[in-house]
Design a binder for this molecule. Structure first.
Ligand code: GDP
Ligand code: GDP
Ligand code: MG
Length: 397
């Protein structure tokens, strides 16, 4: 019986050694394929074989023909290398409900103005002046501030707010009017020609959240069952393409990229060409925003768009704006709007902004709707902009 025991031990030992060799080779391959900047996906270090060498030694004396194979299967360790599984992004429908709460706490300048007004004993000049000041400080803009104040002054009695519920209703109605629920905020993703991809060009100043938005948007589209290709036309830094490719990989989306310093127009062209060849639904092109002169910006973005359109028309030009940058952001927005035909605005970092008024001001100035909002650093923290939800969020409803 003793020999039988040693045979089993021997077979287990050999199996473990073979398994660890396979895992080591696999792991190495995996690491070669995987981007270095995704530490969370880095394969776990390969465990050393569990069986000590002395235990394996006796095998040498044993006959090789061994019958009882089944225990080997049990001895096989769990593979240490975890394939980075393709994630399933959150469906767009449930996002707004989840993210709306972040607005209520973030848009506090607007909310504070409204709250102060509702709780004032007497609505005299001083109260209205304070109201206007607070609205201005929420980045609402002078025009919308004046309109809102005038509309409210007409409807609310001088002797304070007698019926707060009714007053709130007036506020809700007037705010909604400013946000303008009649604007078409859907992304136009209908290709000009059957079989062509829809092309989305994403522009904006460095650091506003362009790459993050492209990544999040890819997830939204994948969740809707669309096929997507990404173009890394920010060729200023190699890391930018890497960052984008990582977003893509997580949802099984291909990223077309080139070397650092490559011509952005050429990368954009290649991405769209690939999208056409593969018959994908949408190609999203990320761009650089580090151009310091307006002429440089105009030349580069103009060229990117022109070269893409040799292959397929651009459906959407989304301007990404950081909601926390206030009037600086507005200045950037004006410059970009002069350079390219912006078709939609993505307001990012609305979760960290105390000034939700920018939603209204930027739409008003550019004449372009806010289509998407970024409400956090989570991978699915991007939602289609919903005017009713936004106003309810501000009013803390
Ligand atoms: P890019 O230079 O325009 O491509 O900007 P990135 O996409 O690299 O984003 C810059 C930073 O902003 C990153 O740290 C993002 O995580 C962060 N960011 C982007 N969108 C949001 C958002 O909606 N909320 C918050 N809190 N952070 C965001
Ligand atoms: P312009 O001369 O600057 O107005 O623009 P062009 O249309 O001549 O394109 C200039 C650059 O865009 C080229 O150097 C390429 O890098 C890129 N480009 C234009 N057409 C193509 C194309 O068909 N394929 C690829 N890969 N890149 C192109
Ligand atoms: Mg970027």
């Amino acid at each position: 019986m003793d020999w039988f025991f040693w045979v089993i031990i021997g077979v287990i030992g050999v199996a473990i050694i073979i398994a660890s060799i396979i895992i080591t080779i696999d792991g190495r391959k995996q690491r070669e394929l995987e981007a270095e900047d995704t530490p969370e996906l880095e394969p776990t270090e390969v465990e050393p074989p569990v069986v000590a060498p002395e235990e394996v030694e006796p095998l040498g004396d044993e006959p090789v023909a061994v019958e009882p194979v089944p225990p080997v299967v049990e001895a096989e360790p769990e593979p240490a290398v975890v394939e980075p599984a393709v994630e399933e992004p959150e469906a767009p429908g449930s996002r707004w409900a989840r993210l709306r709460r972040r607005l209520a706490t973030s848009n506090n300048a607007l909310a504070r103005a409204l709250g102060d007004l509702l709780s004032a004993d007497k609505l005299d000049e001083e109260v209205w002046d304070d109201f206007e000041m607070t609205l201005i400080s929420s980045d609402l803009g002078v025009g919308p501030t004046t309109e809102l104040t005038e509309a409210l002054r007409k409807e609310l009695a001088i002797d304070g707010v007698a019926d707060p519920a009714k007053a709130k209703q007036v506020l809700r109605r007037e705010l909604l009017k400013l946000v303008d629920p009649s604007l078409d905020r859907s992304l136009n993703l209908t290709p000009a020609k059957d079989g062509d991809p829809a092309v989305v060009l994403v522009v904006g100043v460095n650091g506003t959240g362009k790459t993050t938005t492209v990544g999040k948007l890819a997830r939204v589209l994948v969740a809707e069952g669309k096929t997507v290709t990404l173009g890394a036309a920010d060729t200023f830094r190699a890391a930018a393409a890497e960052q984008l490719a990582t977003w893509g990989e997580r949802v099984g989306v291909e990223t077309i990229r080139s070397h650092e310093g490559a011509d952005p127009a050429s990368v954009a062209f290649d991405a769209v060409a690939k999208g056409v060849d593969n018959g994908v639904d949408v190609v999203i092109v990320d761009t650089a925003g580090r151009l310091h002169t307006k002429t440089g910006l105009m030349d580069e973005l103009g060229k990117v768009k022109r070269v893409i359109e040799k292959k397929a028309p651009v459906n959407e030009v989304l301007l990404v704006l950081d909601a926390t940058t206030g009037q600086n952001g507005m200045t950037q927005a004006r410059i970009f709007a002069e350079v390219v035909d912006v078709t939609g605005i993505v307001l990012t970092k609305l979760d960290g902004s105390a000034k939700g008024g920018i939603v209204i001001q930027v739409q008003r100035e550019l004449g372009v709707p806010v289509k998407l909002v970024g409400l956090g650093e989570g991978v699915d923290d991007l939602a289609p902009f919903d005017p009713e939800g936004f106003v309810q969020g501000i009013l803390g409803e």
